[in-house]
Design a protein around this ligand. Structure first.
Ligand SMILES: C[S@@+](CC[C@H](N)C(=O)[O-])C[C@H]1O[C@@H](n2cnc3c(N)ncnc32)[C@H](O)[C@@H]1O
Length: 239
């Protein structure tokens, strides 16, 4: 990809994480992959372009799915991706399991982490792979202003240790786990800052603009990257 191309990932993780997950899990043109909470479809399009595999990509937002479908056509990969407006919590893929399930960009926090991990597990072939990225807390001494910028007051952060436990309890072995490098946050906020000029859609809402302005301000002013991390994990079902 050229350096001027705009990424449509909406998280500090992104292209490198998707590629690492697909490479480690041996995705190839005969593989089927599920992208849970695909957002604007960047992960699904990346997989289709690089690996020519078949992808099901679901998101609860019809606006996101419409955008993703258009982008897949522009990138000449729409024949490889089945986009669907769908709530993860109401879907069932247990009779058509996947070799790799992706839950990138904090999707597990949206649907409930235990529930999301168990759901992904139930949609995998035996010894299938699961990759996700999500926020975690790095320090016990995180300023409350930092804790509350990402979510409402009752948000409960995992730590690396507690996330490892959740993954293990669900029947997975962790094959790779790492924090997204600080540059990932810069890319993410650069993308968000560009979207704040949108005149229509999700980012045109005044409250969304304000929330992102505040998040970006607190993140850099209080150096939130010292307290909050973005973890990326590739795990494999034990059986
Ligand atoms: C932060 S975005 C990440 C998008 C994408 N995976 C990425 O990495 O760029 C989270 C996505 O999860 C979707 N989402 C949240 N709850 C969902 C649910 N219950 N079912 C399906 N999608 C959901 C949102 O609409 C949003 O597109």
């Amino acid at each position: 990809m050229g350096s001027l191309s705009i990424s449509r990932y909406t998280s500090p993780a992104g292209r490198e994480c998707t590629l690492a997950a697909a490479r480690l899990s041996g995705v190839n043109p005969s593989s089927t992959v599920l992208d849970m909470g695909c957002g604007y479809g960047e992960g699904a399009c990346t997989l289709a372009s690089e690996f020519r595999c078949k992808i099901s990509a679901i998101d609860i937002s019809d606006e996101n799915i419409a955008f993703a479908q258009k982008m897949a056509v522009e990138r000449h990969v729409s024949h490889l991706i089945n986009f669907k407006v769908m709530d993860i919590l109401k879907a069932d893929y247990s009779t058509t399991p996947f070799e790799l399930v992706l839950a990138e960009g904090g999707v597990l926090s949206f649907v409930g982490r235990e529930k999301g991990i168990d759901t992904a597990r139930s949609w995998l072939v035996p010894r299938g792979w699961f990759a996700f990225s999500d926020l975690i807390r790095l320090s016990e001494n995180t300023p409350s202003e930092v804790l509350t910028i990402f979510e409402h007051a009752s948000y409960r952060y995992e730590t690396e240790k507690s996330y490892r436990q959740l993954i293990s309890d669900a029947g997975f072995d962790v094959h790779f786990m790492s924090l997204v490098p600080p540059g990932g946050w810069d890319n993410y906020y650069a993308h968000m800052a560009r979207r704040l000029d949108d005149k229509e859609g999700f980012f045109s809402d005044k409250r969304i603009k304000l929330a992102f302005h505040r998040e970006i301000d607190v993140f850099y002013r209080l150096e939130a990257f010292r307290y909050i991390g973005y973890i990326f994990c590739i795990a494999r079902a034990r059986k």
